[in-house]
Write a protein that binds this ligand. Structure first.
Ligand SMILES: Cc1ncc(COP(=O)(O)O)c(C=O)c1O
Length: 396
């Protein structure tokens, strides 16, 4: 078993070895590490809903009334009223006729993609799509065709070349997790309709975050339903702005029924626990009825965009996107070892913002991925920006 130790040593040598860090306390803007308070700048709990009393209360009541686990898969004995209510709430939030839940967003991508395409089909992907999309494509056995990040012209060319395949599916992140870029959805939707391709959009970082009322990428661009290709598959997760856990796909009733019958990561796994569904349901109601967290998140985003204006990456795709469109700020460093060193200094100063290294991002583009929450104070944001500026000047 030499390969275990050798691989770990190689990763260590390249500055790429990963280790778990224990985080204590509530998932807020301040967390405890080794007994010390640190400001957390790397969570996807964008709206700070994971610790909202309404969300915690809903989960606690569900545990009291319904216990801890669903006990079986949805199709056997695990289907509860809360699963159905949550699916209806997701469909409402995403303006789709129906939705299906998966235990995680990863499983939603893997299950849906491998159910929709297989050998003899083509799946067209953005170069920077999330790993769970790539894994779904690999599992499907379909031919994977990659286009330059957010480049609408290139994706049109790639779709033209895919003409000979039986089915074509284009999959893109709505908001790219490591760059904060927003996919050019109007152009993508038009190209898919023109080439007869299905469109699947991963709304993991868009749901609750972009669009006037936080409904996601389609709302951000104001695209009416009739301008979207048929079928459009809207995937997302409840683990980020919704503050809980679970993946979903929303779309036509026929699509959802098809996935209930064919998506293996839905069929062959235990249903989400009722408390998790109750938490998501309460959080979605807050997203629909309380605009304050999103307003605060946007105010914080504007503040940090101004403070870090000179650290804005030069390019990174077909288009230079506005800085601060989303609460995700990539601070490019380059070498993994330097990114790790800066992140370590930040932690020493009380700011948690781990280095993001290959294979999560392309080689030579290691970075700090700063992400904001609604509940960050201006003081926390100013303090972080000052510390970051200090350590970015440091030679390692
Ligand atoms: C774009 C994207 N899609 C899917 C996922 C997977 O979601 P989950 O964490 O719910 O498995 C993530 C997050 O990890 C993500 O960033």
């Amino acid at each position: 078993m030499h390969f275990l130790g050798e691989t770990l040593a190689d990763l260590e040598g390249a500055g790429l070895r990963r280790e778990l860090r224990r985080i204590d306390g509530m998932p807020g803007t301040t967390v405890q590490i080794g007994g010390r308070d640190c400001v957390c700048l790397c969570s996807n709990n964008y709206l700070s809903l994971a610790s909202r009393p309404e969300v915690i209360g809903a989960a606690a009541r569900a545990v009291e009334e319904l216990g801890c686990g669903a006990g079986a898969s949805r199709l056997v004995a695990g289907n509860m009223a809360l699963h159905e209510e949550l699916e209806a709430a997701i469909a409402r939030l995403k303006h789709q006729p129906a939705a299906i839940l998966f235990p995680t967003g990863y499983m939603a991508n893997v299950g849906a993609i491998s159910a929709l395409v297989s050998s003899g089909d083509a799946v067209v992907v953005d170069k920077l799509n999330h790993a769970s999309i790539i894994d779904g494509c690999r599992l499907s056995g379909a031919r994977m065709l990659v286009y330059r990040h957010c480049d609408a012209d290139r994706l049109d060319e790639v779709l033209s070349r895919a003409g000979g395949y039986r089915r074509k599916l284009l999959v893109t992140d709505g908001v790219f997790s490591m760059d904060g870029h927003i996919a050019p959805l109007p152009e993508i939707a038009e190209a898919c309709a023109r080439h007869g391709a299905m469109l699947m959009i991963d709304e993991a970082h868009a749901t609750g975050v972009i669009g006037p009322s936080g409904r996601g990428t389609q709302e951000h661009f104001g695209i009416v339903e009739s301008r979207m290709p048929e079928p459009t598959i809207v995937m997302g997760t409840l683990s980020k702005a919704v503050g809980s856990l679970g993946g979903f796909v929303a779309g036509s009733r026929e699509l959802i029924d098809y996935l209930k019958n064919t998506a293996r990561s839905f069929i062959y796994t235990t249903a989400l626990p009722p408390s998790v569904c109750a938490a998501s349901l309460a959080a979605i109601k807050l997203i629909e009825n309380d605009p304050q967290p999103l307003e605060k998140l946007r105010e914080n985003t504007r503040l940090l965009a101004g403070l870090l204006e000179d650290m804005r990456p030069a390019g990174g795709g077909a288009v230079l996107q506005p800085w601060g469109q989303t609460p995700i700020f990539p601070v490019h460093i380059g070498e993994a070892a330097r990114a790790v060193a800066i992140s370590r200094e930040l932690l020493e100063s009380g700011y948690l913002c781990p280095a993001i290294r290959p294979p999560t991002v392309p080689s030579g583009t290691s970075r700090l991925r700063v992400s904001l929450q609604a509940d960050h104070t201006h003081q926390q944001i100013h303090g972080f920006a000052d510390a970051l500026r200090r350590f970015m000047k440091m030679s390692v």
